[in-house]
Design a protein around this ligand. Structure first.
Ligand code: ADP
Ligand code: ADP
Length: 202
């Protein structure tokens, strides 16, 4: 269980991103944060990941959870290969070359980019980039996977294909998925639990 207790976030410029929010997020399930742009979904995800300070309240997360974050912007390195970008998702120093190669290929196969491992990322489409970004998040074998509007550059068909893949993976590997979207149809497709965010004042 991830517990969000009376959490508020006020940015330094005075913007209130979240006010007194509480919720319980079950583990090993798919939970969707949905609502219009600007209502604090990304902010909460970043606070859960420890990437953003909490102004007041607290977030309780089980100790030693392995967390992966898939960002809205894919944050791939253009000048290196797909293989190298995926490998970047784990601590490469702890693995032999052959174990690393095996893990990279496995993660690439899960999302269907195993045929382009030697290509430089700058040559790829937005859709391919998001698959690679997902593979980079999965290679760590996370207990908690956070996806922030991560599939937005995909066309509708590829997006729903990748969502199917993601759901199957979550069911097999039983990680906790937190998925942010402003799209109601996408939310229904992905989620088992739904947390609706509203704009301040609504
Ligand atoms: P969502 O993910 O629902 O679109 P965000 O969490 O990105 O919402 O943003 C919530 C509010 O906080 C918005 O008004 C946004 O402009 C503001 N905000 C987000 N990040 C920052 C920041 N680093 N500094 C100041 N304001 C921010
Ligand atoms: P696809 O439909 O193949 O998934 P997208 O809709 O994601 O492709 O992208 C459309 C086109 O825009 C691609 O063919 C690609 O050339 C270009 N493109 C999109 N995003 C990027 C990016 N981040 N870097 C370089 N080119 C991109």
């Amino acid at each position: 269980m991830i517990e969000i207790c009376n959490v508020s976030k006020i940015y330094e410029n005075g913007v209130v991103a979240l006010r007194d929010m509480s919720m319980q997020i079950p583990e090993k399930q798919r939970t969707v944060f949905f609502g219009p742009s600007g209502c604090g979904k990304t902010t909460l995800l970043r606070m859960i990941a420890g990437l953003e300070s909490i102004t007041s309240g607290n977030i309780r997360i089980p100790p030693s959870l392995k967390i992966s974050f898939m960002f809205q912007n894919d944050r791939l390195f253009d000048a290196i290969t797909v293989k190298e970008n995926i490998a970047y998702g784990i601590d490469q120093r702890t693995l032999s070359k052959s174990d690393l190669a095996r893990k990279v290929e496995h993660a690439a196969r899960l999302v269907g980019v195993d045929s382009i491992l030697e290509q430089k990322c700058k040559t790829l489409s937005g859709g391919q980039r998001q698959r690679i970004s997902l593979a980079r998040a999965l290679i760590k074998e996370p207990d908690l996977l956070l996806i922030d509007e991560g599939l937005n550059s995909l066309d509708q068909t590829s997006k729903y294909e990748l969502i199917d893949t993601l759901i199957k993976l979550q069911e097999t590997k039983q990680f906790t998925l937190l998925y942010v979207t402003h799209d109601a149809q996408e939310a229904r497709k992905v989620g088992q639990n739904f947390i609706e965010f509203k704009k301040e004042g609504d």
